[in-house]
Design a protein around this ligand. Structure first.
Ligand SMILES: C[S@@+](CC[C@H](N)C(=O)[O-])C[C@H]1O[C@@H](n2cnc3c(N)ncnc32)[C@H](O)[C@@H]1O
Length: 202
């Protein structure tokens, strides 16, 4: 696992974004998880991507690096201050402002305003108690063949501990189960970083 994380080398821009996240008390996707985001964005030839939980832009930069050169990342966060940092990071990473659509607001208020069936990838990395609702929204937003990725799917190692009954773990457990059982998803749980629940929409 350590080797896999170290294999995904991060440049100075990503290191800066990661350090700024720590300064404001935020977690970011690990380098290993980030490299999976770039891989899946590239494999899906992603042009239109939705990210829920901009943070300071670590995952956004990884996604943009995997997306098509004309792709647009729509990224949502409730905290304007986090997005202010992310905007600077995207610029420092060399992405034109036209490559990002940065929307400030609560995910469940913003997602209904986004168009149906036109997105290639939806990445969820915000409030765990809303993961189920975000996954449902993703089903509407994604085109057939589009990819859903939910970060934090291992619930900090608590996912398989039946004694863990906190709200976050319960929602994550229910979301992981619902996606495995639904006929419209082809799922895989990738144990990179905090765990990436990944599913392709049929
Ligand atoms: C773990 S951080 C995201 C890190 C980012 N994806 C990265 O790897 O660089 C979670 C972010 O979700 C935001 N957030 C929390 N609840 C939210 C909600 N209901 N709607 C939108 N954003 C939310 C927080 O403000 C925070 O910036």
């Amino acid at each position: 696992m350590q080797f896999a994380e170290a294999y995904a080398a991060e440049d100075i821009v990503l290191q800066t974004a990661r350090n700024l996240a720590l300064e404001v008390g935020l977690s970011s996707v690990t380098p290993g998880a980030g490299s999976v985001l770039a891989l899946l964005a590239a494999a899906g030839n992603a042009k239109a991507v939705v990210e829920i939980g901009t943070g300071t832009g670590v995952s956004g930069v990884w996604l943009l690096r995997g997306m098509r050169p004309d792709g647009v990342l729509t990224t949502i966060d409730v905290e304007n201050e986090h997005q202010r940092i992310a905007r600077r990071i995207f610029q420092e990473a060399g992405f034109a402002p036209s490559r990002t659509r940065i929307i400030t607001g609560r995910a469940l208020d913003v997602l209904p305003r986004l168009a149906d069936g036109v997105y290639d990838l939806v990445f969820v990395d915000s409030d765990a108690t809303e993961f189920g609702a975000c996954a449902e929204a993703a089903l509407r937003l994604l085109r057939p063949g589009g990819i859903l990725i939910v970060n934090g799917a291992l619930a900090g190692g608590r996912i398989s501990d039946p004694a863990a009954r906190d709200a976050d773990t319960i929602t994550i457990r229910e979301t992981v189960k619902a996606i495995r059982e639904a006929e419209h998803w082809i799922p895989a749980l990738i144990p990179a970083g905090a765990g990436l629940l990944t599913a392709v929409k049929l």
